[in-house]
Write a protein that binds this ligand. Structure first.
Ligand code: EPU
Length: 429
């Protein structure tokens, strides 16, 4: 299994190109199943999760062609996928595939909407919490689907097709909103999604669906309205930049000091995180090419942050912020409100000498003057990258084990960081 070796202590200087967003690319690929014409997606990141979803969609008969690099393309340019779901040959998503990636459960929406049936394995829990799908099921039932659970599978049917309805989510859910949006696009009549998630990835999917002929208004607000249409057509769409990758590298620069241009980043996608970094003493400058992040001289000031749905501080940056605060001048408080068990990085950060105390959903981090490199491993994607951030500022060598988590969500992480002066290498095998 590959590992990453980091020798800490170098400041970061240079430019990091920001890739397309994983959490937009995945639902966009799934949304392609709503049409029998080809959806072309540009700026798709080269990630293990994307490759796995290609396999999962292939199992349903979806044909995906990845266009390689063309002359003149930048070395970090995302790939272009031509996705054709002309013939859906199988409406079952089996356990061995869905259990590898939770988001693949979302195929239930296009399968039901277009084929009027689906049999999809329940995804089960994961390292960051129990992560139930009750609200996704509720949304599909509101749209007229009949659902039952049989031997670990959700069996769904909508013999006469789905029908528009009002879906009010009792809590904000990204997965629930994606599923409701995709299913309602082909339902008969009008659907209102109330208390919808406002994450930029929802807006990106809605924009793409509208290009395919859907009639969606209000995406990006808590109230989305969808006028169902009978058919969607092909389209071409560019995946928006990854706000979590942007925030992660911004925190890495904040941690090491130095100055890095995050090329292609869009500040409005992560304003709350940029505000927290400014409060911590980091200089953020927005320019035509994205965002410049700098910390020169000044130490890191402690912050108090609570994760929240967009536009609040994202849970997907909580572990990275915690890594940064291990070096702050004083005590920081970070409260996690989205996932009940998203603190798996705390014990690993302690291996660097970090001082963190957990009390329910709040972590108190007492900044220390120095971190020391250590062998570490993590059980989820964002936790893994928080260890990389700590390692970049730690004295001596860190070996990050189990990096397949990193490959799920960060494109060419070690290349991007070493190009800015970090001593970081992948060790194969
Ligand atoms: N929830 C329920 N019932 C449901 C659905 C969700 O109780 O039926 C709960 C969850 O257990 C959680 C909360 O609602 O406590 C929010 O879950 P949500 O549905 O919003 O999350 P998700 O769609 O499963 C996506 C991202 C996550 C990100 C969250 C929150 C993708 C593929 N995943 O997950 O990303 O943390 O939204 O923003 O888009 C990651 O990229 O590392 C990652 C975990």
């Amino acid at each position: 299994m590959d590992r990453i070796r980091i020798i800490g202590g170098n400041k970061l200087h240079g430019t990091i190109p920001i890739s397309g967003a994983k959490n937009a690319a995945l639902p966009l690929m799934i949304a392609a199943m709503l049409s029998d014409e080809t959806l072309i997606l540009d700026n798709v990141p080269r990630l293990a999760d994307v490759a796995l979803l290609q396999r999962i969609l292939g199992n349903h008969g979806v044909d995906i062609m990845a266009v390689g690099k063309r002359p003149g393309d930048h070395e970090y340019q995302g790939q272009t996928l031509h996705i054709s779901a002309k013939n859906i040959i199988d409406t079952t998503a089996p356990y061995d595939l869905v259990s590898k990636m939770r988001a693949s459960f979302w195929v239930i929406a296009p399968l039901l909407a277009r084929m009027h049936e689906a049999k999809v394995s329940l995804p089960g829990g994961c390292a960051i919490g129990t992560r139930p799908v009750d609200l996704l099921i509720m949304a599909l039932e509101k749209l007229g689907a009949e659902l039952s659970i049989d031997a670990g599978y959700v069996v769904a049917k909508a013999p006469g097709g789905l029908k528009g309805a009002t879906i009010e989510f009792p809590k904000v859910t990204v997965s629930g909103t994606h599923v409701a949006l995709m299913a309602a696009a082909l339902a008969k009549g009008t659907t209102i999604i109330a208390n919808a998630a406002c994450e930029p990835e929802i807006t990106d999917v809605a924009d793409c669906l509208n290009k395919m002929g859907a009639k969606i208004t209000g995406a990006g607000t808590p109230r989305i309205m969808i006028e169902g249409v009978s058919k969607l057509h092909g389209a071409r769409h560019t995946v928006l930049p990854d706000r979590i990758e942007t925030g992660t590298y911004a925190m890495a620069v904040a941690m090491t000091g130095g100055e890095v241009q995050l090329s292609g980043a869009r500040p409005e996608l992560l304003q709350s995180a940029l505000d927290v970094l400014t409060q911590a003493g980091v200089t953020i400058t927005v320019n035509n090419d994205g965002i410049k992040v700098a910390r020169n001289g000044a130490g890191i000031s402690p912050v108090t942050v609570t994760t929240a749905p967009f536009p609040g501080f994202p849970t997907d940056l909580q572990a990275q912020l915690m890594a940064l605060m291990t070096r702050a001048k004083g005590a920081s408080h970070i409260t996690e409100t989205i996932f009940e068990n998203r603190f798996m990085h705390v014990q690993e950060l302690a291996r660097f000498g970090a001082r963190i105390q957990l009390d329910g959903e709040t972590a108190t981090i007492d900044g220390v003057a120095k971190l020391r490199g250590a062998p570490v491993m993590a059980t989820d994607l964002r936790a893994s990258v928080s260890l990389v951030i700590a390692a970049l500022a730690a004295e001596g060598e860190t070996m990050v084990n189990r990096i397949y988590h990193l490959d799920r969500g960060f494109e060419r992480l070690e290349e991007k960081l070493s190009a800015c002066g970090a001593t970081i290498e992948r060790i194969s095998g």
